[in-house]
Design a protein around this ligand. Structure first.
Ligand SMILES: [Zn+2]
Length: 156
C-alpha cells in the first residue's frame, strides 16, 4: 500500500505529525508514466479540535525524475512545496485518504517545460534528435562541438 492515509480515530484532540514517502509506486498508482522515479517525503501536520474539526497542512520535499524533453535523459526535479491551504476531510470518523491531494500538489510543483539547464543536456542525443531543425541554435551555441572546433582553428 502506498496510499497516504491519516487515521482520524483513536487519538485525542491536539496536533500530530505523520510522515510518508511518495516513491515511484505512488505515481504508478495514479497511472502516471511521466515520472520515472520519485522520492518525496510527505509530512502531514494534523490538527484536531474536539471531535468534529480536523485540518491538515502538507509539506512536500524531495525530488522526482522525469525524462528531459530535449535530450530524453533522466532529469531530476526538486520538489519543495508547502501549500498554504489547509485541507479538511469530508468526514471526521474514518481514515482520511490524502493521496489525491498530495499527487495533485506534486504535479503542480513540476515545471511545464522539463529540460536540463542550458548546456547540461546529453549533446549526442540532442544532435541526433535535432538534426536539421536546430541549425540556427547550434550556430550560436558555445557548447556545440562545432563551435569549439571553430575556436581551435581561429586560435592558430
Ligand atoms: Zn536534457
Amino acid at each position: 500500500m502506498c496510499k497516504i492515509i491519516i487515521p482520524l480515530n483513536g487519538w485525542a484532540a491536539g496536533q500530530r505529525k505523520f510522515r510518508f514517502t511518495a516513491g515511484s509506486e505512488f505515481f504508478q498508482m495514479f497511472g502516471n508514466q511521466e515520472i520515472l522515479d520519485a522520492n518525496v517525503s510527505v509530512e502531514v501536520r494534523v490538527v484536531k479540535e474536539g471531535s468534529q474539526k480536523v485540518e491538515a497542512d502538507l509539506h512536500l520535499s524531495g525530488s522526482v525524475t522525469v525524462q528531459c524533453d530535449r535530450c530524453l535523459e533522466s532529469l531530476v526535479i526538486p520538489i519543495e512545496e508547502a501549500p498554504e491551504e489547509a485541507f479538511k476531510p469530508g468526514t471526521v470518523e474514518v481514515d482520511w485518504d490524502l493521496s489525491q491531494e498530495v499527487y495533485d500538489y506534486i504535479c503542480l510543483a513540476m515545471p511545464l517545460q522539463r529540460v536540463h539547464p542550458q548546456g547540461q543536456c546529453n549533446p549526442d542525443t540532442v544532435r541526433f534528435l535535432g538534426q536539421g531543425e536546430r541549425k540556427n541554435e547550434e550556430a550560436g551555441n558555445e557548447n556545440s562541438p562545432f563551435a569549439a572546433l571553430k575556436g581551435l582553428f581561429e586560435e592558430k
